[in-house]
Design a protein around this ligand. Structure first.
Ligand code: UD1
Ligand code: UDP
Length: 346
């Protein structure tokens, strides 16, 4: 693909879901691979735990940008990442998903005329109020190689006039899921028997006092134990907005192996996460997604329902648990996305 000469590839990651997507691909490509961590996520439980438990090596560069407004965060990543690119002169930059780190990498690479490959290209929720949607669209339009996870994503790109260098490689997150064995120590440690798993971190849900309180009120009325690994944004908002979290069992964010075990053992998942809604399907666990759109429409009617009205959570739980759901369809490829990507860049 690159012809003769030294091939140097930079992987740029920085947020929790990106480490999970990176894990199966890092170290498999032909040429030198450089790993750059933007520092968007920095707590041990949001960053290092994934390097340790998924066997990801230490980054070659850590940009240490930390938190901030969208412009501050993306801007700082751009400034620091540009320096790395000018020094290293990569022949390819790989960016992952839809975070501010993804956006910054796409802008820096394309402006320096370095080819950019976007993992999870073409994924759309068609909701421009989601910061991630802006990041996805911009990243795709700046990228040279579009590594789509599904045929829907390929079609979405076509609608935007992007047809060159588009590859349906399947879903790297599914590959990680298949590669990793869940560790159910957490289930024993927490003394869990029958339980539901919840996660919530989207600004549209957690930055609004009324919605956030309503969420905890509804979950507290469910007879089954609800376990919720708390995203730091949500923790901050619970404290700031003085939310009563009721009977929900709050725990620190967990590593991927514990998360997989929780997802597999839970009777039901309640989430607003992009990744967790897919993992619910892989784990054959029904899911309620607390949003009015999804970037993974493949899941709808297949054990996943969207729900915006938090006052209907309890009722929806009973409805979904009484359904007979099949999880047998292969919606996200065959779990060999990294092989496909290696083949493209060999
Ligand atoms: C980011 C992504 C989102 C993704 C999520 C995964 C963007 C625009 N958003 O959202 O798409 O779903 O990551 O988890 O890129 N914080 C800490 N410690 C950390 C990281 C964050 O305390 O290690 C707190 C800070 O108060 C920070 C807040 O969480 O302001 C939000 O972090 P940020 O990275 O800006 O966005 P996320 O909500 O994590
Ligand atoms: N995850 C995790 N521990 C947690 C919560 C989530 O390992 O405490 C994993 C989860 O299994 C999935 C990914 O993080 O692989 C999803 O990230 P998140 O929900 O933060 O972001 P999104 O997918 O919505 O962008």
């Amino acid at each position: 693909m690159f012809g003769v000469g030294v091939v140097k590839i930079i992987h740029l990651v920085g947020a929790r879901p990106q480490f999970i997507k990176l894990a199966p691909l890092l170290g498999k490509l032909k040429g030198d691979e450089i790993l750059v961590h933007s520092g968007q996520h920095y707590d041990y439980s949001m960053s290092k735990i994934f390097f340790d438990t998924l066997g990801i090596r230490e980054p070659d560069y850590h940009l240490g940008v930390g938190s901030g407004s969208h412009a501050e965060q993306a801007g700082r990543i751009m400034v620091e990442f540009e320096k790395v690119c000018i020094k290293e002169k990569p022949t390819l930059i790989i960016i992952y998903g839809d975070c501010n780190t993804t956006l910054a990498g796409a802008l820096v690479g394309s402006k320096l005329h370095i080819p950019v490959a976007h993992v999870e290209a073409g994924v759309r929720s068609y909701d421009k109020k989601m910061p991630e949607e802006i990041n996805r669209v911009t990243a795709d339009h700046c990228s040279t190689f579009l590594l789509a996870p599904t045929q829907t994503a390929v079609e979405n790109l076509k609608k935007e006039g992007i047809t060159k260098n588009v590859y349906n490689v399947g879903d790297l997150m599914y590959e990680t899921y298949l590669n990793q064995k869940g560790d159910d120590k957490i289930i024993r440690d927490l003394g869990l028997d029958e339980f539901f798993l919840a996660t919530l971190h989207r600004p549209s849900n957690v930055d609004n006092k009324e919605r956030l309180q309503m969420f905890f009120n509804e979950l507290s009325e469910i007879a089954t134990t609800v376990v919720l690994p708390l995203h730091p944004r949500t923790k901050k908002m619970i404290e700031q907005l003085q939310i009563n979290t009721g009977t929900v069992k709050l725990i620190k964010p967990v590593g991927y192996l514990s998360m997989k075990a929780l997802e597999c053992a839970a009777k039901l998942i309640i989430t607003d996460s992009g990744g967790v809604q897919k993992e619910a399907y892989y784990a054959k666990t029904p899911a309620i997604v607390l949003r009015d759109t999804t970037e993974w429409p493949e899941l709808l009617g297949k054990g996943t329902v969207l729900l915006m009205d938090f006052l209907k959570i309890k009722q929806t739980v009973s409805e979904i648990l009484s359904e007979d759901i099949s999880f047998d369809e292969e919606l996200f490829g065959d779990g060999k996305a990294s092989e496909e990507i290696v083949r493209i860049f060999q």
